[in-house]
Design a protein around this ligand. Sequence first.
Ligand code: LMR
Length: 396
Amino acid sequence: MFNTLPEPKPDAIIALIQAHAEDPRADKIDLGVGVYKDGEGRTPVMRSVKEAERRLLERQDTKTYTKLTGNPDFVEGMQTLVLGADRGGLAARLTGAQAPGGTGALRVLFDLTLRANPQARFWYSAPSWPNHAAMLANLDVPADTYPYFDAETRGVDFDAMIAKLDGLGAGDVVILHGCCHNPTGANLTQEQWERVTESAVSKGWMPLVDFAYQGLGDGLEEDAEGVRHMASRMSRMMIATSCSKNFGLYRDRAGCAIVLCEGAGEVPNVTATLASVNRLLYSFAPDHPASVVAEILNDAELRADWEAELGEMRARINELRTGLAEALRQETNSDEFDFVAEHRGMFSRLGVSEEVVKAMRADAGIYMVNDSRMNIAGLKADRLRDFARAVVAARG
Ligand code: LMR
């Protein structure tokens, strides 16, 4: 039977991890998968995570099942992190479920949507994180792109985006990146978030915010401003969060599917449906990483240390952005890449061709996704000139 198995399409991002690992060159640079690296190129376990794990290890006296919707302290903690103090005053209309990472949260919300409306159509930005399209194709549901990135300016083509969104309506679900757009690094301004919200409210389409990088752009609060505005105006919305990046819990898989209901009366059935979806997909989401996050969020000392370390990570990324824009300015004698300093989050799409990306990989051992998405956090301050020279050399 397996002889008829079609070969799966490799995931471009995951394939790069392997290709980089197999490259014997000592001076290779990994700018592929979205993993934070410190100045020494390491991805250490965060201090607050280590301490929370130590406390849990000491305290935990059972590994019995939790709830199908996960650890309630984690779910409430994530709702507060995303929506702000007092959960944006929306607590009575909120529900949610723990999920295995941001991908798990997205999948749960796709399933929830399809249970409510099997005819739902999904929309994601052009371009977007490749797993958006891949997961929707796997579900075999109608899905298409809305315009987002302007390849000329390397900024957001907002006129085209909003024209498309204004043409949507009930039954349409629009995936928005909450901050730190993946793969481009080009983000909506607060004014643009307000306009997008107005479109959702007046046209009746449903926002699903993929919020995987909170705290890695301008700050925990700043990065959430758009999402918070939207939540304050929408009658319903969905948010998929991830703790992979901002808690460095990549392999442990902690994420949360958050749902804002129209009223408190809707909450019990949405909660029961999230529990049922979890049960059918994987039963219980992994407890350990979610309990670590709950421990950090609910302990003033741990939380302060987590915020401080996250702040150091963010500062390093933004310093690298300024340094890289400067190195590219000097090596290219142009302002072509100045946008790198303006973008936010782990990624920027450089805007060079696939041939250039491949030449940089072959000749200089620099690994970027073929669409020229680079993980800024994979750079080292003393290699910025090398990177800029490699861009110039590969372009010929
Ligand atoms: C990325 O975009 O590199 C990360 O979100 C990792 C992944 O799962 O693709």
